[in-house]
Design a binder for this molecule. Structure first.
Ligand code: AQP
Length: 337
C-alpha cells in the first residue's frame, strides 16, 4: 500500500500537527510505502519571507526525522524538487470545478486574512494538493480533520479524471483519508472552539513541538477550562474535552480511560497531568531535533535523495496523464528521444 502526506515548512510545527499528522506518518512506515513531502510550494500561497523558506524547510525536515521518519523506510522530499507536482496541477485544474474551489473553507478563511493580495495560488492550493497525492497513486493520506474537505475534492478530481479520460480504467487512484481516532482536531488552548493553528491561533494557546518544557507547562496550566467542575467530555465543555483528548493522544490511550482515571480530579489536576505528559512526550523529540538540525548538508542530502525516488514515480503518472489527455507527443516517441 502506498501512503502520501504533505506538511508545510513553517518550522514551528505545533501539537496539533504532531498528533494529527506526524505521529501517523511515523506509524505508517510499518504499514506501507510512505511518501512524505515538505510542501514549500503550498507555503508561498500566503505572505512569506523568501529568505526564511529554505531554513523552515530544514526545520520541518529535522522535526519529521526527530519524530521517527526513517529515510531508509520512507521517501522524504521537498515538493519543489519534483516538477511533476506543478505539471500535474495544471492538467488536473481542467477537471476541477472553479465554484468548488471558491467555496473551500480554507480558501475563504485565508483569503480574508490576506491584506495586500489574494493570490490565485491560494485558490489553486487544493488542486496542487490533489496533484501531490495523485502523482504517487497513493491509497491512503494520513491527515488531521481540517483536511477532510481538501481530501474530498481530490477524490472527486481523480474520479472525474478517470471518467473523462480513463476509457474504463482507473488511471488515477482515488485515495482514502486516514484521520486519527484521537487528536484529529487539537484545539487552541485559549479558544478551544478553534483548532490549534500556525496562522490563526493564539501564541499562548498553541504548544509548539520545539517549545521549552517551561513554556509548554505554562501554556497547558493556563489553558481555558469550562464552567462546572467535572472532568468529562461534553459539547459545552470544549476546553476540558480538548485537554482529555490531548492526554489520551500523547499516552496512546482512550479518552474514556482518561475520564475514568480522573473522574474525581479537579480541573487543576487535569491540567497538571496534561502538562507533565506533553513535556515528557516532546522532550526527546526536541533533543533529537537539535542534533539533526545542526547538519544542514545531511538534511539536504536526505531531501535530494528522496526527490530522486519520488520523481521516478511522479514522472510515470504524469506521462500517463499526458498520454490520456492527448497532451504532447506520443509517449513512446518521448521516451526514445
Ligand atoms: N489542530 C490540529 N489538530 C490536528 N491536526 C492538525 N493539523 C493541522 N492542525 C491540526 C494537521 O497537520 C498536518 C500538517 O499541516 P500543515 O503543516 O500542512 O498546516 P495546516 O494543515 O494548514 O495546519 P496549520 O499548521 O495549523 O496551519 P494553518 O494555520 O495554515 O491552518 C495536516 O495533516 C493537518 O490536517
Amino acid at each position: 500500500m502506498r501512503i502520501f502526506s504533505g506538511i508545510q515548512p513553517t518550522g514551528r510545527k505545533h501539537l496539533g500537527n504532531y498528533i494529527g499528522a506526524i505521529v501517523q506518518y511515523v506509524s505508517s512506515q510499518d504499514r506501507g510505502e510512505g511518501f512524505f513531502c515538505i510542501v514549500d510550494l503550498h507555503a508561498i500561497t500566503v505572505a512569506y519571507d523568501p529568505a526564511e523558506l529554505r531554513q523552515r524547510t530544514y526545520d520541518t525536515t529535522a522535526i519529521l526525522l526527530a519524530a521517527g521518519l526513517d529515510p531508509a523506510r520512507c521517501t522524504l522530499f521537498r515538493q519543489s524538487d519534483v516538477p511533476q507536482h506543478t505539471g500535474l496541477t495544471w492538467l488536473l485544474s481542467s477537471v476541477t470545478e472553479l465554484g468548488r474551489l471558491q467555496r473551500m473553507h480554507q480558501f475563504r478563511d485565508k483569503s480574508l486574512a490576506q491584506r495586500e493580495l489574494v493570490p490565485a495560488a491560494l485558490l489553486l492550493y487544493p488542486v496542487l494538493q490533489a496533484a501531490d497525492v495523485l502523482a504517487y497513486r497513493a491509497h491512503e493520506v494520513p491527515v488531521g480533520e481540517d483536511q477532510r474537505e481538501h481530501l474530498e475534492l481530490m477524490r472527486d478530481v481523480a474520479r472525474r479524471f478517470n471518467a473523462r479520460f480513463g476509457d474504463g480504467e482507473d488511471v488515477l487512484v482515488v485515495p482514502e483519508h486516514r484521520i486519527p481516532q484521537v487528536g484529529a482536531r487539537v484545539m487552541d488552548l485559549q479558544d478551544p472552539t478553534r483548532k490549534m493553528s500556525t496562522t490563526g491561533g493564539s501564541e499562548q494557546g498553541t504548544v509548539y513541538v520545539l517549545d521549552e518544557p517551561k513554556a509548554i507547562e505554562k501554556k497547558l496550566k493556563s489553558a481555558v477550562t469550562d464552567s462546572g467542575s467535572e472532568v468529562r467530555r461534553a459539547s459545552d465543555k470544549p476546553g476540558v474535552s480538548n485537554l482529555i483528548e490531548i492526554l489520551a493522544a500523547v499516552r496512546g490511550s482512550d479518552p474514556a480511560a482518561v475520564e475514568a482515571e480522573l473522574a474525581q480530579a479537579r480541573y487543576g489536576e487535569l491540567k497538571a497531568a496534561v502538562a507533565t505528559a506533553v513535556v515528557d512526550y516532546l522532550a526527546p523529540v526536541r533533543e533529537r531535533y537539535e542534533r539533526l538540525r545542526a547538519d544542514e548538508d545531511a538534511l539536504e542530502q536526505i531531501l535530494s535523495d528522496g526527490a530522486v525516488r519520488a520523481e521516478t514515480i511522479a514522472a510515470e503518472t504524469l506521462a500517463d496523464v499526458r498520454e490520456r489527455m492527448g497532451v504532447g507527443g506520443p509517449r513512446r516517441a518521448r521516451t526514445v528521444t
